[in-house]
Design a protein around this ligand. Structure first.
Ligand code: BMA
Length: 807
C-alpha cells in the first residue's frame, strides 16, 4: 500500500470474563457496550450508577486486517488519539505503551507486517489503576473532586464534574490507520501567520522525516503566491516565507468578514512526484492581549487587527461525554447557536479537550474568537515524571496543531488552579509537593513563545497578572465570579467592576422534553431520584430555590418549579451581562458559564444536552445584541446605557414611558442618542419616567427602532401582576405554526414551550412582555399537528403572571 489507509472496520472488544463484542473505531468502550446491549444507556435514569465498573476494568481492542507490501520505504501505524493507558502490539509484538489522551502517535511497523493477514491489538488498562498508582507514588494533591484526574493526562470531566456524569472511558477515540510512504514526509508543518499593514506573511517551519537520503523540494502556495525550496539530502528542517500583498484580513464576527485563504504545502521528489501534502485554510489577522496597567488596574483586552474586542460569549465544555459522537454537524449546530445568540467569543475550558479541527474550522468560518485552556482544571497537578514529560509533549503538539486557525487568539495555562492554590487551602495540603506552577509560569509560556509567538499566553483563568496579587482580583486581568450562585443573589453582580469576566453562571434545568426523555417517566417532583441524579452541583437544588427567593414565587410543583428556575437563570444572566456591558470600556469580557452540556442535566448551560435552547439562550440574545439599551441604577435614579458594538455611529431616538399595568400612560419622554462606534453612552432618565407612583403596578418601557424592552420597579413577588388574560390564534406556516398571543392584560415574560407537545419542535423567541392590547407571534417549527388548546395554556404557554396565581 501507498498513502494512508484507515483501519476502522472489523475491530472487536473484550475484557476479562466477557464475550467478544464488535467495536466501533473511533469510539469508546461505553458506546460499544451500549450498542451490543451489554449496558443500559448511561444518560438515562440513574444508569450512570450501574456502569462505574467500566473505568476499573481493562479492555482489549483487536483487529485482523489484510496487508500487501506496496513497496514503500516505510509503513507507520498512525494513532490520532488513544484513551488513555495503552499497550499496542502488531502481530504479537508490543511496539509501544502510551498514557496520554491528548497526544497523537506514529510508529514504524513495516518490519512487523507480513503479506496477508495481520493483527493489531491495543490493550487499555484501567485509567483508575494508572492514576491511583501514580498518586501513591508521587503523593496525593488537593483537587475539587475526589477523583484522581490530576494524575493522568485524560479529559478531567470524564471523572465526573458538577454538571457531568462519571463515565471513565477507554478506547481508540480518534482515527487510526496505516501510512505507507517513501523517501520523505512532512513530519511537522508549523505556520506562523501575521499581517503587517497591507501585507500578509506566512512563515512555515517544516520538519521532515526521511526514509532515504535524497534531495526533495518543498513548495508552498497561498493567495496566488508561491515559493519553493530544494532541500538537500541531509537536511531535516526548512523555513519558507510567503508574503501576500494587499491581503484581505480575517475579522471576528461583528467586525468584518472572515476571509480565509488556502495554504498548501507540497513535498516532491527529484522527479517531481508528490511525496506528501499539507493543506489548511488560514486567515490573516494580528492579535495581542492588552494588559498594560491603567488608572483602574490591569485591563485584559483582546486586540484583533488593532481593534480592542468587547468579548461576549460562553465557556465551552465537551459536547458529549463520548467525544467521538460529536460530529461536524453537531459542532456546526452548537457553534451556530453560539453565534446566533450574538456571541463573538468562546473559551474552551481546561477540564475538557483541545478542541477538534472541526470546532476550530467552524469557529474560523463564523468569526468566533477562541481562548483555549491547556488541560488542567480545579486541582493541583504533579510536576514529576511521567506527567511533566507528557505535558510538554502534548503542549508542543497542540500549539502546533492549532496554529493555523485565526479564531484561536489566546492560550491560558489552566482553569482555576492558581486561584485554588491561593484560596482553597491547597498550599497547606500540599506538603511541599509540586502543584503545577512550573507548567503555568514556566513550561507552557516557553512552549507558546517558542512555537507560536504570534499568540498571547496568560498563566490561568482567572489570573491577575502578578503573583503578589490575588489571582481573582476584579481590577486586574481575568476573573471568575462564583459568589453569585454559590452564596449571593444575582443582583450582587452589580457590585463588581471587573476588567474581564471569563466565567460567571447561574443554573437552570434542561428543557422539559430533554429531562422527560432522560428520566423516562412523567416529571412530577423536582427532587425525584432521577432528577436529583441530574443535579451534580453541591446543594444545587437548594441554590436554585434560594436564587428564586425575593424574585419569583417558589414552588415545588414540578411545572412551576421548572418554569420559574429556567426563567430565573435567564434573568440572572441577563442582569449580569447587561451590567458588565454597561461598564464599557472598563470591562472587555463577559463569558457566560456555560454554552453547552454533555448530557441531559440541570446545569448552568444555555443550550441543553439534547441541543435544545433554554430560556437563557433567548435572554442572552437580547443582552448580547450589538446595540444594547439597558437601564442601570445611578446615584440618584436610573440611567439608560446605550452600548454600540458596531463600526458605525448609532444615532437614534428612544421613546421611554412609564405605564400602568392596565396600559395607561403616566409619563413619557423622547431621548436623542448619539453613540459613537464601539462605544457606550450613559444618559440619566428623566425623573418623571423613573419615579413610579406605585412601584408594584407600573412599568418603564424603552422603545427604539422596533424593539421594546420593559423595566419593572419591583421584583415579581412584589408586583401586582394581573391574572393573565389573552387570546391565542394559530395559523399554519410553511414549516409549522404561527402562534399569535394577544394580551388582554399585561403579560410578563411570555414564553411558549412547544417541546411539551412535540419534542422535535422549536420556537423562534420567548420572554416577551406584552401590554394590554399588544400581540406577539411565536414561530413554531414542527412536523406534527399540535393541539391548539394545549398551546394556549400552561405548561406550554407561560408567563410570570401565572406563577403562583394558579391554584
Ligand atoms: C468553575 C468552572 C467549572 C465548574 C463551574 C461551575 O469552577 O471552571 O469547573 O463546572 O465553575 O461550578
Amino acid at each position: 500500500m501507498d498513502g494512508y489507509r484507515a483501519l476502522h472496520d472489523g475491530w472487536t472488544l473484550t475484557s476479562a470474563g466477557m464475550a467478544r463484542l464488535p467495536a466501533t473505531v473511533p469510539g469508546a468502550v461505553h458506546t460499544d457496550l451500549l450498542a451490543a446491549g451489554a449496558i443500559p444507556d448511561p444518560y438515562l435514569g440513574t444508569n450512570e450508577d450501574l456502569v462505574g465498573w467500566i473505568g476499573r476494568a481493562d479492555w482489549a481492542y483487536e483487529l485482523g486486517f489484510d496487508w500487501t507490501d506496496g513497496g514503500t520505504d516505510r509503513v507507520d501505524l498512525v494513532c490520532a488519539g488513544l484513551d488513555t493507558v495503552a499497550r499496542i502490539a502488531v502481530n504479537g509484538v508490543e511496539i509501544a505503551r502510551t498514557a496520554n489522551m491528548h497526544r497523537s502517535y506514529r510508529f514504524g511497523v513495516h518490519s512487523l507486517l507480513r503479506p496477508g493477514r495481520n493483527s493489531l491489538l491495543i490493550r487499555f488498562s484501567s485509567p483508575y489503576r494508572y492514576a491511583e498508582e501514580l498518586r501513591t507514588r508521587l503523593g496525593d494533591r488537593p483537587s475539587a473532586y475526589p477523583e484522581p484526574y490530576n494524575f493522568i493526562r485524560k479529559m478531567a470531566c470524564n471523572f465526573g464534574w458538577d454538571w457531568g456524569p462519571r463515565l471513565v472511558t477507554a478506547g481508540i477515540w480518534q482515527p487510526i490507520g496505516l501510512h505507507g510512504w517513501r523517501t520523505a514526509r512532512l513530519d511537522r508543518v508549523r505556520p506562523l501567520v501575521t499581517v503587517d499593514g497591507a501585507d500578509g506573511h506566512v512563515e512555515l517551519h517544516i520538519g521532515l522525516e526521511r526514509a532515504a537520503e535524497a534531495p526533495v523540494t518543498i513548495t508552498a502556495t497561498v493567495a496566488g503566491q508561491r515559493t519553493s525550496v530544494r532541500v538537500p539530502a541531509e537536511r531535516r528542517v526548512e523555513t519558507l516565507r510567503l508574503t501576500v500583498p494587499g491581503v484581505e484580513r480575517w475579522w471576528p464576527r461583528g467586525h468584518g468578514h472572515q476571509r480565509r485563504y488556502d495554504l498548501d504545502v507540497t513535498l516532491t521528489d527529484a522527479a517531481g512526484a508528490v511525496l506528501d501534502r499539507w493543506q489548511r485554510r488560514i486567515g490573516f489577522r494580528s492579535v495581542r492581549l492588552d494588559t498594560a496597567p491603567d488608572a483602574a488596574g490591569t485591563p485584559f483586552t483582546v486586540v484583533v487587527n488593532g481593534h480592542p474586542i468587547s468579548a461576549r460569549g460562553f465557556n465551552w465544555i465537551p459536547d458529549d461525554c463520548f467525544p467521538h459522537r460529536v460530529d461536524r454537524a453537531r459542532y456546526a449546530e452548537r457553534l451556530r447557536q453560539a453565534a446566533e445568540s450574538g456571541a463573538n467569543f468562546l473559551r474552551v475550558w481546561g477540564g475538557g479537550r483541545y478542541e477538534s479541527e472541526d470546532f476550530y474550522d467552524l469557529a474560523d468560518e463564523l468569526g468566533l474568537l477562541v481562548q483555549q485552556d491547556f488541560l488542567f482544571a480545579c486541582a493541583a497537578y504533579p510536576e514529576e515524571e511521567p506527567i511533566a514529560g507528557e505535558v510538554a509533549a502534548e503542549a508542543r503538539e497542540q500549539v502546533v496543531r492549532l496554529a493555523s486557525h485565526p479564531s484561536l487568539v489566546l492560550w491560558t495555562g489552566n482553569n482555576e488552579n492558581i486561584w485554588g492554590h491561593a484560596d482553597w487551602g491547597w498550599s497547606g495540603a500540599l506538603n511541599g509537593h509540586t502543584w503545577g506552577a512550573g507548567y503555568y509560569f514556566d513550561m507552557l509560556p516557553r512552549i507558546v513563545a517558542e512555537l507560536d509567538p504570534t499568540r498571547p499566553y496568560w498563566p490561568g483563568s482567572p489570573y491577575s497578572g502578578r503573583p503578589d496579587r490575588h489571582p481573582n482580583d476584579p481590577a486586574h486581568g481575568s476573573m471568575h465570579i462564583w459568589d453569585v450562585w454559590n452564596t449571593h443573589d444575582y443582583t450582587h453582580y452589580a457590585s463588581y467592576r471587573p476588567r474581564f469576566v471569563a466565567e460567571f453562571g447561574f443554573q437552570g434545568p434542561a428543557a422539559y422534553a430533554t429531562l422527560r426523555e432522560a428520566v423516562g417517566e412523567p416529571l412530577a417532583d423536582p427532587d425525584s431520584p432521577a432528577l436529583a441524579h441530574r443535579q451534580k452541583a453541591v446543594e444545587g437544588q437548594q441554590k436554585l430555590l434560594r436564587g428564586l427567593a425575593g424574585h419569583l414565587p417558589v414552588s415545588k410543583r414540578f411545572d412551576d418549579w421548572h418554569w420559574a428556575t429556567q426563567l430565573n437563570q435567564a434573568r440572572a444572566m441577563r442582569f449580569g451581562v447587561e451590567h458588565l456591558r454597561s461598564l464599557h470600556p472598563l470591562c472587555t469580557g463577559a463569558l457566560v458559564w456555560q454554552l453547552n452540556d454533555c448530557w441531559p442535566v440541570i446545569s448552568w448551560s444555555a443550550v441543553d444536552g439534547a441541543g435544545r435552547r433554554k430560556p437563557l439562550w433567548y435572554a442572552l440574545r437580547r443582552a448580547f445584541a450589538e446595540r444594547l439599551l439597558t437601564v442601570q441604577p445611578s446615584a440618584d435614579g436610573l440611567d439608560l446605557v446605550a452600548v454600540n458594538d458596531t463600526g458605525a455611529e448609532w444615532r437614534t431616538q428612544v421613546a421611554v414611558a412609564r405605564i400602568g399595568f392596565a396600559g395607561d400612560p403616566l409619563a413619557k419622554a423622547l431621548l436623542d442618542l448619539v453613540v459613537p462606534q464601539r462605544d457606550a453612552v450613559r444618559v440619566p432618565l428623566p425623573p418623571e419616567v423613573t419615579t413610579p407612583d406605585d412601584p408594584t403596578a407600573e412599568v418603564l418601557t424603552i422603545a427604539e427602532g422596533g424593539n421594546r424592552s420593559c423595566h419593572f420597579f419591583a421584583e415579581d413577588v412584589a408586583l401586582a401582576l394581573p391574572e393573565p388574560r389573552f387570546e391565542v390564534r394559530t395559523a399554519a406556516a410553511p414549516d409549522g405554526l404561527d402562534v399569535t398571543v394577544t394580551a388582554g392584560t399585561l403579560l410578563r415574560d411570555l414564553a411558549l414551550f412547544p417541546d411539551r407537545l412535540d419534542p422535535a419542535s422549536t420556537v423562534d423567541d420567548m420572554l416577551i412582555t406584552l401590554l394590554p392590547g399588544e400581540s406577539s407571534t411565536f414561530r413554531v417549527r414542527t412536523e406534527t399537528l399540535l393541539d391548539e388548546s394545549a398551546l394556549a395554556a400552561p405548561p406550554v404557554l407561560r408567563c410570570v403572571n401565572d406563577l403562583g396565581t394558579r391554584p
